[in-house]
Design a protein around this ligand. Structure first.
Ligand code: SF4
Ligand code: SF4
Ligand code: SF4
Length: 249
């Protein structure tokens, strides 16, 4: 079994804003792109065009429809899922070979694939489904927090962030030291009441999720059919009005 460091100097992690995430999968795609050529290369794809595709992704997006009842407001929530770099990571402590480990300097949880025997105990121990088995190499893989970007002095300083963070088109992903109360990510967590995922499990995840904000809708419009009236137009606007009316049907 493998020990966790009693303390870590930093708690590097992600803050993910469920209010602004639009579920576009850009973060997952750029994660795969960067990591396939980098530290954990290659992230395999098995039968990608078959009816039963398989493969390794460090980040996956799940979309949920929330039905608030007959008179309530429905909502779509897009939920990106990757390793949360937990403080009490049982995926590390169950590992019989020391392949899974948590770094004392920054809290990142990694797998040394030269020590991994592919027993899969760590994936059973992770309640978040964040570990992915590489069937072609017979080793476990997981999010590295793009360790080969964030410390990479060949990159401009602004680019030393995880691939998922740098690519998110709506700025829903934030990276930083959650152990430093003065960091931008820590301030964001306080301001937006960031939450741990499944805190009852006792894993103390480093990553935090910002909950969706309540939608501001006019109650008078809820449930009432929207009345569409043709627009009165000048001569030159007729074609636009026609398209407008067509799209309004
Ligand atoms: S999310 Fe899972 S794989 Fe990542 S540190 Fe926590 S228990 Fe381990
Ligand atoms: S699959 Fe590899 S990393 Fe996971 S517990 Fe077994 S040896 Fe450790
Ligand atoms: S790139 Fe940003 S908006 Fe798109 S799925 Fe990822 S977190 Fe959500």
């Amino acid at each position: 079994m493998t020990s966790l460091p009693p303390e870590t100097q930093k708690k590097l992690g992600l803050v993910i804003d469920l209010d602004t995430c639009v579920g576009c999968h850009a973060c997952a795609t750029n994660c795969k792109e960067w990591n396939t050529g980098g530290h954990s290369a290659p992230l395999t794809d098995v039968n990608p065009y078959s009816r039963d595709p398989d493969g390794v992704w460090f980040n996956r997006i799940h979309s949920f429809e929330i039905d608030r009842g007959a008179n309530g407001v429905g909502m779509t929530v897009n939920f990106p899922r990757s390793c949360l770099h937990c403080e009490k990571a049982a995926c590390v402590t169950v590992c019989p070979t020391g392949a899974s480990y948590k770094r004392a300097e920054d809290g990142i949880v990694l797998v040394n694939d030269e020590k991994c025997i592919g027993c899969k105990l760590c994936s059973w121990a992770c309640p978040y489904g964040a570990r992915e088995f590489d069937v072609t190499k017979g080793v476990m893989k997981k999010c590295t927090l793009c360790i080969d970007r964030i410390y990479n002095e060949n990159l401009d300083e602004i680019d030393r962030q995880p691939a998922c963070v740098i690519t998110c088109p709506v700025g829903a992903r934030h990276f930083g030291d959650l152990g430093d109360p003065g960091s931008e990510v820590s301030k964001l967590v306080v301001a937006r009441h960031g939450r741990d995922l499944m805190p009852e499990m006792g894993y103390k995840p480093t990553n935090k999720y910002l909950p969706p904000r309540p939608r501001k809708l006019d109650p008078a419009l809820l449930g009432a059919p929207l009345e569409l009236k043709p627009r009165k137009t000048k001569k030159g606007e007729k074609i636009l009005a026609w398209v407008d009316n067509l799209l309004s049907r």
